[in-house]
Unconditional design. Structure first.
Length: 114
């Protein structure tokens, strides 16, 4: 039982050491790699569209067969709709925040009439 306790302590120390090394590496980098969910979805959508296009071109070049036009339309339609939806959400969120900030400025302004 004591051997297991010693192994547990060693494993815990190694984990803490890895965490500290990771934090040191993060602090030494001049940039931060933090992606918001929306940006990750946009990035994945663009990568998916490009990879689908490249795969379709290579498949057509080497096998002389064309992918289903319906599949191509659906792939582009899905990812295009996804990107438009995210853009719409971003636009309306920005507009709502601007309206909300204007309302709070008018409430705090003592010279406002009304």
């Amino acid at each position: 039982m004591q051997e297991l306790a010693v192994k547990y302590k060693v494993a815990k120390q190694k984990r803490n050491e890895r965490r500290l090394k990771y934090e040191i590496i993060k602090m030494s980098l001049p940039f931060r790699l933090t992606l918001k969910f929306n940006k990750l979805i946009v990035l994945l959508s663009i990568v998916a569209i490009i990879s689908y296009t490249v795969a379709a071109i290579l498949l057509q070049k080497y096998t002389m067969t064309e992918l289903s036009p319906t599949l191509t339309t659906c792939v582009y339609g899905f990812f295009g709709t996804e990107l438009l939806g995210l853009a719409g959400i971003k636009i309306f969120d920005t507009k709502y925040q601007q309206i909300e900030s204007n309302v709070t400025e008018n409430i705090n302004d003592p010279e406002a009439v009304g």
